[in-house]
Design a protein around this ligand. Structure first.
Ligand code: FDA
Length: 511
């Protein structure tokens, strides 16, 4: 049973008594800088969005355990933050205005590589860039299959699956998790050997914030060649021309050999900047030399008119820095890069390629964007299609050709138009319904989207829940997890029946 409610400030004395020194309260000068330190989406940095009663930065697993217990004894809801990149700010906001504490893992960011066993134990507060950098320092032909943005936190990333440029060869981040340490609602530290099998399955892709706090992950490193080939190029033109290129991409991206990754982002910047044209940018990585990349790609995708000069040979870690938008590998561990942007994002999956005519309609729709609008198409297939849809909670495997990420981005100076911009994105999403997966219309939990529905907790710390909580949560839970949703509810009922760990879209326990 949760402890009796107490005033929010009780947490400070509990932390002090427990020997946890590093925390900040709203009256402190350090509070706002700490809150903002990894707050990625600035639309949540406004007075109308409730602020935490405290931010705790544990320096050790023991302090993390104590922080969880102090939050509970102070009747504060818990929000866990690793990299702060949640699209809906779930790691530092509370949708139901209950008093809450942010447990920020920024100081739990140690990465211990064991090159001999090609494994690593990484704390959840480490960023992808810190992980990549540490792996590279230990061995130049090992890597970890994760995402492009270097400041994403491992905690949230792995919790939601974790897709990146190596996924067609090595699967998602979760497909390479060997063990983990989970701090549960009673403050216990559980590992694979001591946690329930359903729970170990659930934490590998069932979404962050539902199960407890994962303090560290044991990851399998994967081999990469000393030299990989990369490209990053644009093609511009009117909607008709771009539609032809995207149409063809559908028959290339998801069908190339495992060693090939080519994603595309189509974006529109309203005239006069673009003259009304669309830009299609390609991100490519080939696990092999330039000569192989060039011969396969020119055959499979002649419409691209690829020039050999557009390809470059680099080491894998250089490619990771390049796609993170960094000028050097030494910048990979930087935690402050790109913090703060205004945007709204949504996601879809495509199971059957769109016709060229339909693609032209999509491209034309994009030219109506009121500001910079984009869709990013990430190719699946290869290893992604060979891994079973129940092996982890992430179900979008065989039969899913590619994911779609819709985005609208704006500047601070355009903030008064944010409502209009987000409305455009939602209407675009509605327009796309006939072309994407159905029954349910799938989405990716790491591209978390509260438009799909939210929990409606009845009390401050989450429970008790109404009997309809599970069927309500199924309305978005099945979009993220398909048939795996039911097993996630079972796992939740075992590890956190009191629903201590909750957020707007967390998995509810059953009764
Ligand atoms: P954050 O700290 O906001 O946490 C996200 C969620 O997980 C929250 O609900 C939080 O409470 C919970 N959580 C965090 N740490 C936890 C822990 N230790 N234990 C339990 N729960 C925890 N995705 C992808 O698959 N491939 C990609 O290439 C990209 N690229 C990308 C670029 C950019 C710029 C952004 C902003 C996002 C992406 N993403 C992505 C999406 C990204 O994977 C997603 O936002 C992750 O949840 C971010 O994890 P953080 O730890 O940074 O976020």
């Amino acid at each position: 049973h949760p402890p009796a409610p107490g005033p929010a400030h009780d947490i400070a004395s509990c932390l002090v008594t427990s020997g946890v020194k590093n925390f900040s309260l709203p009256a402190s000068k350090s509070f706002k800088p700490i809150l903002d330190s990894s707050l990625r989406y600035l639309r949540f940095d406004v007075p109308s969005v409730g602020k935490p009663a405290a931010i705790v930065l544990p320096a050790s697993q023991r302090e993390l355990q104590r922080a969880v217990l102090c939050a509970r004894s102070s009747s504060l809801a818990i929000r866990v933050r690793s990299g702060g990149h949640s699209y809906e700010g779930l790691s530092y906001t509370s949708e139901n205005y209950v008093p809450f504490v942010v447990i920020d893992l920024a100081n739990l960011n140690r990465v211990r590589v064991d090159a001999a066993s090609t494994t690593v134990w990484a704390e959840s507060g480490a960023t992808l860039g810190e992980l990549y950098h540490a792996v590279w320092q230990s061995n130049r032909t090992l890597a970890f299959p994760a995402g492009t943005c270097s400041t994403i936190g491992l905690g949230g990333f792995v919790s939601g699956g974790g897709f990146g440029l190596l996924a067609r060869k090595h699967g998602l981040a979760v497909d390479n998790v060997l063990d983990a340490t989970l701090i549960d609602a009673s403050g216990r530290a559980l590992t694979r050997a001591t946690m329930d099998a359903d729970v170990f399955w659930a934490i590998r892709g069932g979404g962050g914030g539902s199960w407890g706090v994962v303090s560290s992950w044991k990851l399998r490193l994967v081999p990469v060649p000393a030299i990989v080939t990369v490209f990053d190029m644009d093609r511009r033109g009117p909607a008709g021309l771009i539609a032809g290129l995207i149409h063809k991409w559908q028959f290339v991206g998801p069908h190339l050999p495992d060693e090939f990754y080519i994603s595309t982002k189509i974006y529109f910047t309203p005239a006069p900047a673009s003259g009304g044209n669309l830009t299609m940018s390609f991100t490519g990585q080939v696990l092999g030399p330039k000569r192989l990349a060039f011969s396969v790609l020119t055959k499979a995708y002649p419409e691209l008119r690829l020039a050999a000069s557009e390809l470059s040979e680099v080491s894998w870690v250089e490619s990771a820095a390049k796609f993170a938008g960094l000028s050097s590998v030494a910048d990979l561990p930087g935690r402050q890069i790109g913090v703060g942007e205004y945007a709204k994002r949504k996601s879809d999956y495509v199971q059957a390629a769109l016709s060229e005519e339909d693609m032209a309609r999509v491209a034309r729709y994009m030219t109506t964007a009121p500001t910079e609008g984009s869709i990013q198409l990430n190719p699946y297939g290869a290893a992604m299609a060979r891994i079973g849809s129940s092996e982890t909670p992430f179900p979008h495997r065989a039969g899913f050709l590619y994911s779609v990420q819709y985005a609208i981005d704006w500047k601070a100076s355009e903030n008064d138009r944010s409502g209009e911009y987000m409305r455009w994105l939602r209407e675009f999403y509605e327009f796309m319904a006939p072309f994407v997966s159905k029954n349910p219309r799938s989405a990716y939990v790491n591209y978390v989207d509260l438009d799909l529905g939210t929990n409606n907790w009845t009390t401050a710390t989450g429970g008790p829940l109404s009997a309809s909580s599970v069927s309500h949560a199924a309305s978005w839970g099945r979009r993220y997890f398909l048939h795996n949703f039911d097993r996630l509810v079972r796992a939740k009922s075992k590890i956190d029946p009191g629903n201590v760990f909750n957020n707007a879209q967390s998995i509810p326990p059953s009764h």
